[in-house]
Design a protein around this ligand. Structure first.
Ligand code: C2O
Ligand code: CU
Length: 495
């Protein structure tokens, strides 16, 4: 496998790739003897360093990282425990840490200006929150994320179930991609205009747990719980496990009805996670390549499953795989308040808006909801001066956003009816809550999965539903970090 992937995507490749895309009440804390929750202390130090992303004899890459490693340390606790994490900033700029997918109190959410002052160089901030949900989460800065995450600041946060399902091994793969030059250094072009307007800053080197991976050793008969985390700024993955038949058992940390991935590919937009149960059913001594097929014509082998000479057992075990549900409040769709959200902008955005507005019924008068949408699209088109930045409901965020675009009545059920009126996929993330993905293009989803980040295909409509039960001001943004920085970001208030 060559280390460097083909260069930047062409538009043709990307569009072809997208066409084939399968759009695919809080728990009481775990109590110690005296009745207080078990508190687990951790320390993270963000600082520059050098990490061996590429195999020897290639040099080490200057990165920014937590506790001298990329990814940062795996923070692992039991459900119901309280985390207390001291974050020390040894960078030369301000930072914060956001606990992606964890339903923290608002003040612990790590969004600069909105929920806390940024942590100045040399300073330390203490985060403290309970692990209410079991699952696979991750942490990363929310300050200039497009560069801080892009330079290597991220790590996994695993919350174990009280009774985890039986497996032989519990493995975490943090996926990332990097844009490296021949000298193994990161190409210093963060925030470039082309990346902003198109698919984001996609790299040319993909790593698993901070290394270009070659082999992943397995044994015949082994059952692995594989926790995948996409920490890339912009790259979307669609992993094909060759002759294996993994089951998806959780998405974004939340249990889902165990099912084979649609189209045989595990699709992960930036920030998304999937927990797989992978039964190693290949022959002793064989090899199988895990291939990323998201971008058509740019498939590459991510890693090889390398079977050892000794089987662990002859057939896959029959242990149950389903996970116990987390304590999420179930939205009442019938009684939900409905909100329309339209994403627009980007390269070719105007064209897509016109096309979608046309499809919604042109000048048909009094077209009810569709007519309203149409009018909204019309006026948005009027406001778009050429292609470029990104907008949510006609507004492109500039600088830190403090004013809410939407207020959700606390304790009520809400449906966000979201339309991707752009030519690009977007992984849309809401802080502080998980939501059910209830429909895509009007069709009910088969699993009504809980997510905190939902990947929307170009021109797709997606409805999500949630109970607004976590008060505060929460970020709502695209997790392609270049889209986030160039407008695709807003605040949703729960009050
Ligand atoms: Cu993963 Cu707003 O963040
Ligand atoms: Cu986006």
């Amino acid at each position: 496998m060559s280390i460097f992937l083909p260069p930047a995507l062409t538009r043709r490749n990307l569009l072809a790739g997208m066409a084939g895309t399968v759009a695919t009440a809080l728990l009481p804390a775990r109590h110690g003897l005296a009745g207080a929750p078990v508190v687990r202390d951790f320390a993270l130090r963000a600082a520059p360093g050098r990490s061996p992303l590429l195999p020897a004899p290639r040099g080490r890459t200057p990165v920014w990282r937590y506790n001298d490693a990329v990814p940062g340390p795996e923070i692992r606790v039991r459900q119901g425990e309280r985390l207390r994490i001291a974050v020390e900033n040894r960078l030369e700029e301000e930072t914060t840490v956001h606990w992606h997918g964890v339903r923290t109190p608002n003040a612990m959410d790590g969004v600069p200006q909105l929920t806390q002052p940024p942590i100045a160089p040399g300073e330390t901030f203490l985060y403290e929150f309970d692990a209410v949900d079991a699952g696979t989460f991750w942490y990363h800065p929310h300050q200039r994320s497009f560069e801080q995450v892009g330079r290597g600041l991220y790590g996994p946060l695993i919350v174990e179930e009280a009774e985890p399902p039986r497996v032989d091994r519990d493995v975490t793969w943090v996926l990332d991609d990097w844009r490296l030059g021949e000298d193994a250094a990161i190409v210093d072009d963060f925030g470039g205009r082309h990346d902003m307007m198109h698919a984001g800053r996609i790299g040319n080197v993909v790593t698993i747990n901070g290394r270009v991976a070659r082999d992943f050793a397995v044994r015949r008969g082994e059952r692995i719980r594989l926790r995948l985390i996409n920490a890339a700024n912009a790259r979307i993955f669609a992993l094909d496990f060759a002759d294996h038949a993994p089951l998806v058992v959780a998405l974004d940390g939340q249990p889902v009805t165990p099912h084979p991935p649609a189209g045989g590919r595990v699709v992960l937009g930036p920030a998304m996670r999937a927990d797989l149960v992978l039964d190693c059913t290949g022959p002793v001594g064989s090899r199988a390549t895990v291939v990323d097929r998201y971008y058509d014509g740019l498939e590459y082998g991510l890693v090889e499953l390398a079977y050892g000479a000794e089987p662990l057992r002859d057939a896959a075990p029959e242990w149950p795989v389903a996970l116990a549900a987390n304590p999420l409040a179930e939205p009442d769709i019938g009684a939900a308040i409905r909100h329309e959200v339209v994403f627009s902008g980007g390269m070719m955005g105007r064209m897509v808006m016109e096309e979608m507005a046309g499809r919604m019924g042109g000048d048909r008068p009094g077209g009810g909801m569709m007519g309203g949408m149409m009018g909204r699209m019309r006026s948005m088109m009027g406001m778009m001066h050429g292609d470029g930045i990104w907008l949510i409901n006609g507004v492109a965020a500039k600088g830190p956003v403090l004013e809410p675009m939407l207020t959700l009545d606390r304790g009520r059920s809400h449906v966000l009816a979201m339309t991707n009126a752009t030519a690009w996929p977007h992984p849309i993330h809401l802080h502080g809550h998980s939501f059910r993905v209830v429909s895509r293009n009007g069709d009910p989803t088969p699993y009504r999965e809980w997510q905190d980040t939902v990947l929307m295909a170009p021109r797709e409509t997606v409805e999500i539903a949630l109970v607004a039960d976590n008060p505060g001001d929460w970020m709502f943004h695209c997790h392609i970090l270049e889209h986030q920085m160039s407008g695709m970001m807003g605040v949703i208030r729960v009050a």
